[in-house]
Structures are given as C-alpha cells and as structure tokens.
Design a protein around this ligand. Structure first.
Ligand code: PLP
Length: 404
C-alpha cells in the first residue's frame, strides 16, 4: 500500500477553506470518553464532537452494527426503501408524539424540511398570506440560507443577503413580546427548548407553554429544534417530554447518529401529507448505513438506565464545577440540563471562554464554548465517573492558570 500523505495542523491552513479555526493538534484515536492526538497525548472528551458522540468513541455495539451493515448495503437512493430506515422510523414513532418521519443528513437539513413543511402547509390550508415564521434572538438552526436566516445571530447571515423573507425575530423567554408578533399570518414558530449555541440557555416552561397556546390560537405550527437537546442529552429522550409541551414538528440530528451523519424531521399524520411525492427530498436521507447505526444508537440511549445516568452525571458535573468555582470564583452561573451544561463567565472573565478551552486542551481536556462568555460541556451520555473526575481535575488546572 502507498504511504498515507503526511499531514500536520499546518496542512489545514494550507488546504482548507478557512471557515474554522481548529485547535493546534490533530486527534487520531478515540475510545469511550478519551481521545489521543498525533503525539499520543491523551485528552478527556467533554465535548463529544459537539453533542454528537453520545455513546463516546468506538462504542463496541455501534461499531459492530456499522461493520455488519457495511457488509450488506450502503446506499440505494430513494426509489427503493430499505430495512434499517423503516426500523429507525418505527423506533422514533413509538418513542415520541410523531406519526411520520423524514430523514436527512444534518440538523440544518432537518430544520430546512420543517420550515418548508410549515410554509407549504399554510399555503395549502390557509393561502399565501400565512407565511410568517417567528424565531428568537440568539437562536441557532443551522447554516443553510433559510436556517441561518431563521437563526437569531445576524452576524451569521447578513453577509449572504438577500436573505429569505418572512422571518421575524423576537426575544427568547419573553412571552409578551412573542404574543405581539404571533398572529393570523404566522405559519410557524421555531424554538430550541434549550438554546445551545446561543449560550446554553434553557427555555422557561411557561414560555414554551405560552408559545403552544399562541400557535393553537393563531393556527401556527410549533417547531421544536431538538438537534442539540434530543436523543437523551437532557436526561429525557427529547426535551419536550420534560416540558410537557408537544410540538407539531420536531427536528433531531447530532446525537441521533452517535457520530454518523443523520438527521430527521418528526411530525404528525395530518401535517405529513403536505409533503407529497416530489415536493422535497435528499439523496442520502435515510441511507441504510446511517439508519442502521442510528437505530443501534437510539436503542442503546432510549433506556431508563442511560437516561437516569445522564441526570446522575449532570450532578457529578454540577458538584465538580461548583467546587472549582468556590476555589476560583470565575462563573456567574452554571446552567443547562442533563449533559448540556454551560458555565457563564463572570464579568472579570468576559470574552475569555475560548482562551479557557485552549488552556483546557493544554491540560488534557476537550471543552466547548457557546459564545464568547460561556464554557460548554456536552460529553458522552455514558461517560464513566473516573473520566468525569479526571477531566474536571484537568479543567480545574486550566481555571487555576487563567486566574493566576
Ligand atoms: C447544531 C445545531 C443545528 C445545525 O445542525 P448541523 O448538523 O450542523 O446542520 C441546528 N440546530 C441546533 C439547535 C443545533 O445545535
């Protein structure tokens, strides 16, 4: 066999479109919640590939499923359905409010499908005037032009104008403000039960309940973007279950494939008929390889033991982070749910989240940011206690350094 091409971190700057600024080391191997770089240095993984590797790295059963399916059938195209995708659809339907599922490859695509469904449903049932989408400031829904426009951070969309119209933004967790803009012309409201990228900010239960009532009153569809909060992340299979507010459409991706790209839009029978044959689609959506892996990931996570384990791990993190904060007062607030945790830096450390994650890397732990002022943790849902302890000890050393 030919020698593989030699690559270093410099290769990224040489060859890659510079939309990312990756860390200055390259990870090459992972097992459970540990990863290793090219030099063999070990890191505890508190990021889980940004809330994706929900069962850690190289999970034996997921790996076995991938290898088994790889020997059978990788791809067919949508002119032919397949067994893994039908089984995965049934798993999602049995576990949620949904009657029907549309599969795609990412969170953005799932939201794109949801927004298109909402527009067409309103057009078919109420006419072309009912086309307004209400979204929230600081929301994140993906990077396609429609979803980045629905997102509530103009810095991600403004350079790509003209943007799709008919999208109104209003403050998150402000029901009175939402009531001002939701009306007969609203076709959908899209909201994250916990704003992830926007700073790990949980929705107030009364806010989501109020949105449900406003949508019902004005005949608008309620879309929950659970791309980050779904598949056990909060200690509930989906966050809507904890809020006891049922959406009309739910989007899920990230943890669904445990590291293999897949996304899905879940909805009801009544709405699903809107997307009749030929109205929407995607080549890879429902690919048997992705669906087989997701089916195994979903069945491993959707158990009382794993979901309860997330709540227990939440407490390990909260206790450890509070302890660090007592020694080095740096966080104004520690918030989030389950294993989606955000540490909000106090004003003395404002803007230093990225620097903290860089120091954390040096100490041997992978952490995330959620904006410039929040350090975010989204580890594996089954991370072992000793890895939590060791990772927090390493993180504490990083905090000690930024405080000195
Ligand atoms: C990550 C994320 C997305 C986008 O998902 P991609 O797979 O990157 O397209 C959308 N919504 C939320 C809430 C997310 O966290």
């Amino acid at each position: 066999m030919e020698q593989p091409i030699a690559v270093t971190r410099q290769s990224f700057d040489d060859w890659m479109v510079p939309v990312y600024a990756p860390a200055d080391f390259i990870l090459v191997q992972g097992e459970g919640s540990q990863v290793w770089d090219q030099q063999g240095k070990s890191y505890i993984d508190f990021a889980g590939g940004i809330a994706v590797n929900a069962l850690g790295h190289a999970h034996p059963q997921v790996k076995a499923t991938l290898i088994e399916q790889a020997g059978k059938l990788w791809h067919l195209g949508n002119g032919y359905t397949n067994e893994p995708v039908l089984r995965l659809a049934k798993q999602l339907i049995d576990a949620t409010f949904a009657d029907k599922v549309f599969f795609c490859n990412s969170g953005a695509e799932a939201n794109e499908a949801a927004l298109k469904l909402a527009r067409k449903y309103a057009l078919d049932n109420s006419g072309s005037e009912k086309n307004q989408i209400v979204a929230f400031n600081n929301a994140f829904h993906g990077r396609t032009l429609f979803t980045v426009s629905a997102g509530g951070q103009p810095k991600y969309s403004q350079d790509f104008a003209p943007l799709p119209g008919g999208i109104i933004h209003t403050p998150f967790n402000d029901l009175a403000a939402a009531a001002e803009v939701i009306n007969a012309q609203t076709c959908a409201v899209i909201v994250e039960p916990i704003q992830g990228e926007g700073g790990v900010l949980p929705a107030d239960p009364l806010f989501l309940q109020g949105l449900r009532e406003l949508c019902d009153r004005h005949g608008a569809l309620l879309i929950f973007d659970e791309v980050q909060t779904g598949v056990g992340r909060t200690g509930h299979l989906y966050a809507y279950m904890q809020y006891a507010v049922v959406p009309d459409i739910l989007t899920t991706a990230k943890a669904l494939g445990g590291g293999f790209p897949i996304g899905a839009m879940l909805t009801t029978n009544r709405l699903a008929t809107t997307l009749s044959v030929g109205t929407h689609g995607t080549t890879y959506g429902g690919n048997p390889l992705a669906a087989a892996v997701a089916g195994m990931v979903f069945s491993l996570i959707n158990t009382p033991a794993v979901l309860e384990g997330v709540k227990q791990r939440h407490q390990w993190f909260i206790d450890g982070l509070n302890q660090i904060n007592q020694q080095y007062p740096i966080f104004a607030e520690i918030r989030g749910g389950g294993l989606l945790i955000g540490c909000v830096l106090n004003k003395d450390f404002a803007g230093k989240a990225k620097q903290i994650t860089q120091l954390a890397n040096e100490e041997g732990v992978i952490a995330l940011i959620a904006g410039p002022d929040v350090v975010r943790f989204t580890p594996s849902l089954i991370i072992p206690e000793q890895d939590v302890k060791e990772g927090l000890a390493r993180f504490a050393r990083a905090i000690a350094r930024i405080c000195s």
